[in-house]
Ligand binder design. Structure first.
Ligand code: HEC
Length: 165
């Protein structure tokens, strides 16, 4: 029995007697403070934060873009990552069945090639908004101006900037 005790740690110095490492203490207190801050920040009753407010702010900003530059000759969303992502979804829903998943055409013409109704932003907008005689339906009522600019931002990201479809 005596032999064994010598091999083991001395009972006088136990793990619990070690001081808590400083870094641990900082992390521990930091996590508690962060938790409190998080609760405070995301509780509308306390901080007034609300998702609706953020959404509203975003919408007002977008409306402003459209109002300020009316009538638009340039796409306000050109190379805007968020708009392009939205436009891609719009394209898949409303356009790809005629113009192809890769924009290379099908029932409708290739949108990456020469466009016979014009290749400036306002001409392309017009093609989508008002439609074209040879079977292109008008989308203004269905999509509204804002979403037409977004789908065009996506089309142009492939067409003008050579990004993957
Ligand atoms: C029902 C099939 C169909 C759908 C859906 C459709 N298109 Fe078209 N689109 C056409 C056809 C057909 C033409 C060619 C019209 C012509 O030559 O007069 C065309 C023409 C166009 C043109 C003008 C091309 C040029 O040569 O000037 C653009 C731009 C265009 N479409 C974009 C879109 C976008 C963006 C969408 C989705 C919002 C869309 N189209 C949805 C069939 C379609």
């Amino acid at each position: 029995m005596e032999e064994r005790r010598e091999i083991n740690d001395s009972p006088e110095h136990l793990e619990k007697d070690n001081p808590i490492p400083k870094a641990w203490m900082i992390l521990f207190v930091g996590l508690i403070l962060w938790g409190l801050y998080y609760i405070w920040f995301y509780t509308p009753q306390i901080s007034g934060w609300s998702y609706y407010k953020r959404l509203e702010a975003e919408l007002t900003k977008e409306k402003q873009i459209l109002k300020e530059e009316k009538p638009l000759h340039e796409n306000p969303y050109e190379q805007n990552e968020k708009a392009i992502a939205e436009g891609k979804v719009i394209y898949a829903t409303y356009c790809s069945m005629c113009h192809g998943d890769n924009l290379k055409g099908g029932v409708g013409p290739d949108l990456t090639g020469r466009l016979k109704y014009g290749e400036t932003d306002d001409k392309k907008f017009e093609s989508i908004a008002k439609g074209r005689g040879g079977g292109m339906p008008p989308f203004l009522d269905q999509l509204g101006r804002d979403r037409i600019w977004k789908v065009l931002a996506y089309v142009d990201s492939v067409r003008e900037y050579g990004r993957p479809y």
